[in-house]
Design a protein around this ligand. Structure first.
Ligand code: ADP
Ligand code: MG
Ligand code: ZN
Length: 636
């Protein structure tokens, strides 16, 4: 929505400039002195009164200018009225007179000489000059400025001339090397798409029993899960032309271009049927129309594009062999009309991979790098729940770079582990030096997290604590290794998570008697979890098993960028706040109890952390379990 807004502002700026220039031109035209037609007798009178400064003669007329101060009666006409209104003085000083046929030049010339009037025989063609200076030049300048602005707005001017040509890239099978073998961890989506490819290859097989081939297939899933990759794989697998276009390419600043592009795309596709049209990032055009309350008179452009798309989708039947695929990671903002039967009626969920999927994805990407023998990708997969395919590809790549930098011949497990840490927490920044005092605080803070995690029942085990600054926000880090993928969490598990988040703050409290700003991120997360427990999971006794502020309509409105009014009362809002506060404060008290009883471990661990920067593995586990000398032994 943002870039569009900007485009529109720029666009209206152009209008403004054009309007301004037109105004200037009209004004100068109105105010320009106009020649007044006077009779010959009056001209002679003026001449004899010595009021004429110069004239030019042709055989048909005399054009002349009066001396300063000499005035003619004002001419009628709009220009004169305006000039009078603007307070411009007197009438015009330019006049024309039609010559009387037969009157000799010589007499007139003599008289002109007598009165020292400058005269010439050449007629000054003010008409042409007026045309050039009054219209053609300003118009040229105007168009120039306009073109310049258009170009600055991203090549719009040239596109303006080639309106509507679809920018779809068309691929043939030979060009695309991506196949289903390059995609892993999304088996259900793959199965559905294999079927789509099969539809196109043998439509008869499916229509035999009267079945209707689906028209639209929508890939839905979080970013980086491989939707675009899947589409490419379909193109690589299908023996048919593949039109690839991104939703944002339809949306131009010119109203109507997007719609024309859609029309053009479908026309091309129909000629090439059977074929596949793929629209990536469908949400760029498919945003719900109700929500599109515009900045300057509505988002006409996107709306028209969407309407055209809907019309085109209705207008052909899939037995002709055109299948439309699209991808989005924000299905909730899509216009309902897009999802109706006969349009994108098939939705394929492309979800984040589970541990087996992650292992398979890692294997795919590890094909391109040299792995040291004994690297267990399974373990890497186990350490990365919640990672999407793109993150995993990133890890393998990072690990390869790290290993190369260290001059290794192959990528080892340690490199992969470090790559994970990097991807999780941003790049390691050893260069950022903490003061002694800051290191002290961070060490106690992180030990606080670790110690609480080790003490509560449901927290994931801590495998590493570090006070190496990472990225911008994290000064230290406590790494917990999930034992398994979790899709459901119980109330006590959530409470334990909150406790771990609060551990850092409470540790600072215990050791220094005050807290630093370093805990704010933890507090944000703890508060967020507590709020979700109350408003979403129905885990508050006082409010009972209801959810608040989370209805479909609310999501719809938020998706459309509209303000959402609460679906609960002021009174309920207060109770929610109280309940959230109660959960966090209860946890705080609990954590104070836990850490208060383990202050010795806290101090010991922080000490060790300050000298060694990271603690991990067995020594860390034993230290957290209360063996104060565990870490010391390890060092020796
Ligand atoms: P999306 O379009 O869903 O946001 P992409 O398809 O652009 O994600 O994925 C980006 C990259 O991440 C891909 O080019 C690929 O290298 C990697 N990737 C993502 N998902 C997978 C997957 N399921 N299997 C293999 N690689 C994947
Ligand atoms: Mg994509
Ligand atoms: Zn913290």
């Amino acid at each position: 929505m943002k870039p569009q807004l900007k485009q529109r502002t720029q666009f209206s700026l152009v209008y403004l400039i054009i309007a301004f220039i037109v105004l200037l031109m009209v004004q100068s035209w109105l105010l320009a002195p106009r020649a007044v037609e006077i009779p010959m007798s009056r001209f002679l009178q003026l001449l004899r009164e010595d009021k004429v400064e110069k004239v030019s003669l042709t055989d048909k007329e005399i054009r002349g200018v009066l001396k300063p101060g000499a005035l003619l009666p004002p001419a009628a006409g709009p220009g004169e009225r305006v000039r009078q209104l603007l307070g411009s003085e007197g009438g015009p000083a330019v006049f024309t007179t039609t010559r009387i046929p037969g009157v000799e030049d010589s007499a007139l010339v003599k008289e002109l000489e007598q009165h020292r009037v400058e005269f010439s025989g050449k007629i000054e063609t003010t008409l042409l000059r007026d045309l050039i200076f009054g219209w053609i030049l300003p118009l040229g300048v105007m168009v120039g400025i306009w073109l310049f602005l258009m170009r600055r707005m991203g090549g719009g001017a040239t596109q303006a001339l080639s309106f509507g040509r679809s920018k779809a890239k068309i691929y043939d099978r030979k060009e695309l090397k991506t196949t289903f073998a390059d995609v892993a961890g999304v088996d259900e989506a793959k199965a559905e798409l294999v079927e789509v490819v099969d539809f196109l290859r043998n439509p008869k097989k499916y229509q035999r029993l009267g079945g209707r081939i689906p028209k639209g297939v929508l890939l839905v899933g979080p970013p980086g899960t491989g939707k675009t990759l899947l589409a490419r794989a379909v193109a690589g697998e299908a023996d048919v032309p593949f039109f690839f276009m991104s939703g944002s390419e339809f949306v131009e600043m010119f109203v109507g271009v997007g719609a024309a592009r859609v029309r053009d795309l479908f026309e091309q596709a129909k000629e090439k049927a059977p074929c596949i049209i793929f629209i990536d990032e469908l949400d760029a055009i498919g945003k719900t129309r109700a929500g599109a309350v515009g900045f300057v008179g509505g988002h006409d452009e996107r709306e028209q594009t969407l309407n055209q798309l809907l019309a085109e989708m209705d207008g052909f039947d899939s037995s002709k062999g055109v299948i439309i695929m699209a991808a989005t990671n924000r299905p909730e903002v899509l216009d309902a009309a897009l999802l109706r039967a006969g349009r994108f009626d098939r939705q394929v969920v492309v979800d984040k991979p589970d541990i087996n999927g992650r292992e398979a994805i890692l294997k795919i990407h590890a094909r391109n790098v040299t792995l040291a023998p004994g690297v267990e990708l399974r373990l890497i997969a186990a350490r990365t729940p919640g990672f999407a395919g793109a993150d995993l590809a990133n890890i393998v790549n990072e690990a390869a770079l790290l290993a190369a930098r260290k001059g290794k011949d192959a990528v080892e497990s340690a490199d992969l582990e470090e790559a994970i840490d990097r991807v999780i927490a941003g790049l390691e920044k050893k260069s950022r030096v903490l003061s002694e005092k800051e290191r002290d605080i961070v060490a106690h803070h992180e030990m606080g997290h670790a110690l609480v995690a080790a003490s509560v029942e449901h927290a994931d085990p801590v495998h590493k604590v570090s006070i190496i600054p990472r990225g911008i926000a994290a000064l230290g880090m406590t790494y917990q290794r999930p034992v398994e993928d979790r899709y459901l969490l119980t109330r006590s598990e959530l409470e334990d998570r909150i406790a771990v988040m609060l551990g850092g703050r409470v540790a600072e409290e215990i050791v220094y008697g005050e807290v630093s700003t370093g805990a704010h991120n933890d507090l944000d997360r703890a508060t967020e979890v507590a709020r979700l427990m109350v408003t979403r999971y129905g885990m508050s006794e006082r409010l009972g098993p209801l959810t608040f502020g989370n209805d479909q309509r609310g999501q719809f409105l938020r998706g459309a960028g509209l303000p959402v009014e609460r679906d609960y009362s002021e009174e309920t809002a207060r109770v929610i706040d109280e309940e959230v506060r109660a959960i966090v404060e209860r946890s705080l008290a609990r954590v104070r109890g836990i850490l208060g009883g383990k202050k010795a471990i806290l101090l010991r661990g922080a000490d060790e952390l300050k000298t060694r920067e990271t603690l991990e593995g067995d020594p860390l586990r034993r230290l957290l379990a209360g063996e104060l000398e565990a870490v010391k032994e390890e060092v020796r």
